[in-house]
Write a protein that binds this ligand. Structure first.
Ligand code: 13P
Ligand code: SF4
Length: 303
């Protein structure tokens, strides 16, 4: 089937099955183009919780589709590429947290949404990159363990001085590998151009950034700015919307390594197959779901 026909079929199946397609900002352009909502983790969680459709096709990685299922248990949630995971989410387990809690009963645990349902179930509250600061500032706790992203955690810790924040040693393999030498090089090539970076980048990169935010916050910032050139310090998928919405502006990727292989696993063909055969359905154990939902609900209340 050619691409034009496939897009027509996707749109027909969407109507026939009362489905909605949600896609993360890192998805390939063709997938973003067939999606009904494209956004960052927070926007997609909110959309999953609010939409009326009975079928959600989640183009992203596993923890995102899982969060949609936790928030909307009566809807059928599909992940088109079932092997699309997030290596950072696998860097902390529920067992790790149970052991930690037994040894540290007075510490509240905040988990980045890039985590499994089992991990969310062991935490007090979730956060995303766009609301992490607000969540940490507002949580009623002196001592906090932040899991699993040490980079987002350390960015927040540097801003919230009145709380004792311990960091888990996880990281995003895509953002963490950007080196300060790459930043120097790109700054020399494009002097006076602002660097917009994701807080999953390491501290050396964050220290050079002019703006730090989630994927959608980066897109909004560049779109509203009266400047016409930007260095982008997050996964290359955001370039699609940035360039589409801002044809007169120029965007330079901070590093050629800013590609998440897992986010690139979902092809248009997978979206079509997902809709046609209603696969791959995401399931979450009900006991875990109820506990994980508390962490997500607390986050949505505070966001
Ligand atoms: P946001 O879209 O929330 O900024 O998250 C980035 C990310 O790495 C998702 O996996
Ligand atoms: Fe996970 Fe990083 Fe890929 Fe996001 S970009 S899905 S945090 S590996």
């Amino acid at each position: 089937m050619n691409q034009k026909l496939m897009i027509e079929e996707i749109n027909r199946l969407k109507k026939e099955k009362d489905a909605i397609i949600l896609a993360h900002n890192y998805q390939i352009p063709e997938v973003q183009e067939v999606a009904d909502v494209v956004g960052d983790s927070l926007a997609l969680s909110k959309a999953a919780a609010e939409v009326d459709n009975n079928l959600i096709v989640f183009c992203g990685v596993h923890f995102m589709a899982e969060s949609a299922k936790i928030l909307s248990p009566n809807k059928k949630v599909l992940l088109p590429a079932i092997d699309a995971g997030c290596p950072m989410a696998d860097m902390v387990t529920a067992d790790d947290l149970r052991k930690y809690k037994a040894a540290n009963p007075d510490v509240k645990i905040i988990c980045y949404v890039n985590s499994s349902a089992e991990v969310k179930a062991e935490c007090d509250i979730c956060c995303t990159s766009s609301n992490a600061l607000k969540i940490v500032q507002n949580i009623d706790a002196e001592k906090i363990l932040f899991v699993p992203d040490q980079n987002l955690g350390s960015y927040i810790k540097n801003k919230v001085k009145d709380k004792d924040i311990e960091l888990w040693a996880g990281f995003c393999i895509t953002h963490h590998r950007v080196k300060s030498e790459e930043v120097q090089k790109v700054k020399e090539a494009h002097p006076d151009v602002e660097i917009l970076a994701h807080p999953e980048c390491n501290e050396e990169v964050i220290n050079h950034a002019d703006f730090i935010g989630s994927t959608s916050q980066i897109i909004d910032y560049a779109s509203k700015s009266d400047k016409d050139k930007f260095i982008i310090g997050t996964e290359m998928g955001v370039l699609h919307k940035l360039e589409k919405d801002n044809p007169d502006k120029k965007f330079y990727l901070l590093s050629t390594g800013l590609i998440c292989a897992n986010m690139k696993k979902t092809k248009l063909q997978d979206v079509y197959q997902a809709l046609k055969h209603e696969k791959h359905e995401i399931h979450v154990d009900e006991n875990i779901r109820i506990k994980a939902l508390k962490s997500l609900d607390r986050m949505l209340e505070l966001s």
